[in-house]
Ligand binder design. Structure first.
Ligand code: CO
Length: 212
């Protein structure tokens, strides 16, 4: 219990600190949230979304899970995305992976971890799809880093292929999907330069005409 009481103590101290700066801080924050970005990141405790990009409460809509996945049929991720773009009118979705991701590493090994093995199957599929490129990288750490990047690319594509994003683009509503990787060792973000902002950028087979 002691540890948990410690958290309540920290919470009180944080509230006090905020109110000292602005006595209406929580009053104003409780009125509404107007985040400009949706962050899809890993649950890893070393990758705290708001802190990495120095954004305040209310400024970032966040969804985190093991290895920052956006599986095509995951109702949780899909609901977050739909709410973000349809209700909050967010114009930028960021998929942020991170080097040193244990979820990605686990997907390169044959150890049994539990239920999460099935979740990480999504990453094994990405490895399989890019096997020639990955197997040609002799340095295992570099191969691991590359899989982190390829995982981000795939999740960006999964988001682009949803009916949610395609509907937004067909309505000519502004929306860009970005792929980034966070480097835990330096604290810096790496832009993978994969920015998708219209349906012309996606493969024909994934295109769905939502006006039909
Ligand atoms: Co991770």
């Amino acid at each position: 219990m002691k540890e948990l009481l410690e958290l309540f103590k920290k919470n009180k101290a944080w509230v006090k600190e905020r109110l000292e700066v602005d006595k209406n801080y929580f009053k104003n924050l409780s009125k509404e949230q107007i985040p400009k970005f949706l962050w899809i990141g890993c649950s890893d405790a070393r990758v705290p979304a708001n802190q990495i990009v120095a954004l305040e409460p209310g400024e970032l809509f966040v969804h985190r899970n093991v290895a920052n996945l956006f599986p095509n049929t995951d109702i949780n991720s899909l609901s977050v995305l739909e709410y973000a773009v349809d209700i909050l009118k967010i114009e930028h979705v960021i998929v942020c992976g991170h080097f040193g991701c244990s979820g990605v590493k686990a997907a390169m090994e044959d150890h049994h971890l539990g239920l999460v093995d099935n979740w990480l199957r999504n990453i094994r599929d990405i490895y399989s799809k890019n096997q020639i490129e990955l197997d040609n990288i002799e340095d295992i750490n570099k191969r691991y880093d590359r899989l982190v990047e390829l995982n981000v690319f795939q999740q960006v594509m999964n988001i682009c292929h949803t009916t949610i994003v395609q509907a937004v683009w067909q309505k000519k509503q502004k929306l860009s999907i970005h792929g980034w990787v966070y480097d835990i060792k330096s604290g810096l973000l790496k832009d993978l330069n994969c920015c998708y902002s219209n349906s012309k950028q996606i493969d024909e087979i994934y295109k769905i005409n939502l006006k039909k």
